[in-house]
Design a protein. Structure first.
Length: 240
C-alpha cells in the first residue's frame, strides 16, 4: 500500500465522486477494473500546473511548465452529491465521444480503493508523492498573484483557473521524479467486487437514451445501473 496524502479536504459534504464516460471508456473500465491516470500535459488547460512564480515572471516559460506537467499523473473526478447538467453536456463533439454514462462512487469508498491499492500495481518508475483532494479555483488570468500566498499554491496540480469552477474537480495525483512518456491505468479491484453505480446521460436524444440503457454494458451490469435524478425532468415520458 502506498502513502497517499490528503490535500485540500475542504469539501466534506460532497457525497460522491463521478466520472463521465463515453461507452468505449465505460467498457474499458468494466473490463479492467482500472482508472486512467493521464499526464497533466495531456489536458487542454494551458494554465495546468502553473505556479504563482510562473505567472509573476515576465513571459511564462511554458517549456518549463510542460516539463512539470509530464511529471504529474492525474485522475480527475467530479465531486458532488448530485450529478451536474453542465458536466453531462460538455465536450460532446461526436456521438461516439459523447458522455453517455457516468460511474459514481461514494467518495470515501473510492478514496479507499485507490489509496489501499498494492504498490505492485504502480509502474516501475520512481514516484515522489501520492496525493488526493479537491481542486481550488483562482482567478489567475486577470489578477496578479500574491507571492506571499505561494505556499497555498505549492501543489500547483490542485490549482485551476476560476473559469473551470463548475467542474468541482477532485483529483488523485501521482508526482513522478522524472518525466513520463505516457499515463497509466491503475487497477483498483475486481470489477465484481467494486461498489459503484452506472448512470445514463438524461440529456441524450430519446433513441440514444434507450439504446444506452439497453446496451451490452448496461445489461451485463444491470444491477449497477440506476436512473439519474435528472431523468424525471428530462425524460419523464420514459421513466414513468
Amino acid at each position: 500500500m502506498s502513502n497517499w496524502k490528503a490535500y485540500n479536504t475542504s469539501n466534506p459534504k460532497s457525497k460522491y465522486l463521478l466520472r463521465f464516460l463515453s461507452e468505449e471508456k465505460l467498457n474499458l473500465f468494466l473490463k479492467s477494473g482500472s482508472i486512467w491516470f493521464p499526464r497533466a500535459i495531456d489536458f487542454g488547460d494551458p494554465l495546468e500546473c502553473i505556479t504563482a512564480h510562473d505567472l509573476k515572471s515576465y513571459g511564462i516559460d511554458f517549456k518549463k511548465v510542460d516539463s512539470r506537467k509530464k511529471k504529474y499523473l492525474v485522475s480527475c473526478w467530479h465531486e458532488a452529491t448530485y450529478e451536474s447538467v453542465a458536466m453531462w453536456d460538455t465536450y460532446s463533439v461526436s456521438k461516439e465521444g459523447r458522455r453517455r454514462y457516468a460511474i459514481r462512487f461514494k467518495k470515501d469508498q473510492l478514496i479507499q480503493y485507490v489509496t489501499s491499492t498494492s504498490s505492485s500495481k504502480y509502474p516501475n518508475i520512481k514516484i515522489d508523492e501520492f496525493m488526493h483532494g479537491s481542486v481550488r479555483y483562482k482567478n489567475m488570468i486577470t489578477q496578479s498573484p500574491d507571492l506571499s500566498q505561494q505556499n497555498l499554491m505549492k501543489r500547483s496540480v490542485f490549482r485551476k483557473e476560476y473559469a473551470f469552477k463548475y467542474e468541482k474537480e477532485f483529483r488523485f495525483v501521482i508526482r513522478l521524479h522524472n518525466e513520463a512518456e505516457k499515463g497509466f491505468a491503475l487497477k483498483i479491484g475486481n470489477i465484481d467486487n467494486l461498489q459503484f453505480d452506472i448512470l445514463v446521460n438524461p440529456l441524450l436524444p430519446d433513441n440514444e437514451y434507450i439504446e444506452a440503457k439497453d446496451s451490452a454494458p448496461a445489461i451485463t451490469y444491470k444491477n449497477k445501473v440506476i436512473d439519474s435524478r435528472l431523468a424525471k425532468w428530462f425524460k419523464p415520458h420514459l421513466n414513468k
